[in-house]
Design a binder for this molecule. Sequence first.
Ligand code: FEO
Length: 402
Amino acid sequence: MTGSVESPFKAVKVTERVYWVGAVDWDIRSFHGHATRRGSTYNAYLVVADKMALIDTVKAPFVGEMLARVASVVDPADIDYVVSNHAEMDHSGGLPEVVATVRPEKVLASTMGVDALAEHFSLGQGVTAVKEGESLSLGNATLQFVEARMVHWPDSMMSYLAEDRLLFSNDAFGMHLASSRRFADEIEPAVLEAEAANYYANILLPLSPLVGKLLEKVGNLGLAIDVIAPSHGPIWRKDPGHIIARYGEWAAGVAKRKAVVAYDTMWQGTAAMAGAIGDGLASAGVETKVMSLRASHRSDVAAELLEGGALLVGSPTLNNGLFPTVADMLTYLKGLKPRHLVGAAFGSYGWSGEAVAQMEEALRGMGLSVVEEGLRVKYVPDGEALSGCAALGRRVAEKIEF
Ligand code: FEO
């Protein structure tokens, strides 16, 4: 038998002119140090108009899959323009192969994207810079470019297809969620909420002031948006205003009466303290998460803190310092610049007990307000010590700002 074998990879129609031609990464479990337990997708989109445009590419190993999806609609060689909304390699890794295969008339990126792409790849052809508000005619459709600096990199931009009222939002409004479903309305709302929040907390939180400005700018531009097509996770085609509103809340830092008690332990002394502190917080009506760093990843703590009002950190003293998992978490959280948190530190120790003071210093270094003196217990906390822990939890509860 002769003849070519048909590829299993097909495009998915999104709107009249737009097809999803990305890739599903079922296996990725770490992204920037963030646990991605549900995998991810790298979304690229094909705009079928008089002139064909490809919006972003995919991570390099998936470019064959992406080109096969394109080929299910048009010959990839028919692509006229490739728009790179963001130079990070989960979206640009496939660009060199796409350029070599397609030989597009133009590759377009933001001004900073032109530099960033040059610092990543040798594409063999120039990249055309597009400015804020500039448009690209596709004949019977038009792409408008909207700079989105620092959402998520300095080069980031969005592209808007007015005819289909569709915003290619790149990293914004995305989530790490591998699925056979392409649209948010096909996925359980609780999963969407959890993964959208998880993504925001671990990727965009430190950029919240700029996210807020971007939302304001998009609002001021008066773009009619029926569909948001992000670069990760599902496409929002029903009520895109919902995820825009959630971003508004997260960017503003709206907090709940919620506390996270994160700790590690050597001989269960600090664990017992964490449990008692958690009980104290809960008894004062605070939604409380007690998280052992043996059972929870640093990025799970970040996700729980997104709408939290307090962080209580516990560590035993190991060789005059912090337990490694606690140091790791504090370093990670500092980079995320959490806001509106009050904090306190606690821990059991055997020799000199420096960890509590070191945690307090780290919390202050993160910009937290340390509202209670750190609590240290030598060796094994007894009933009185645990009562003191619960009382600490109740006192912190009174100081949560929300
Ligand atoms: Fe999904 Fe900043 O790349």
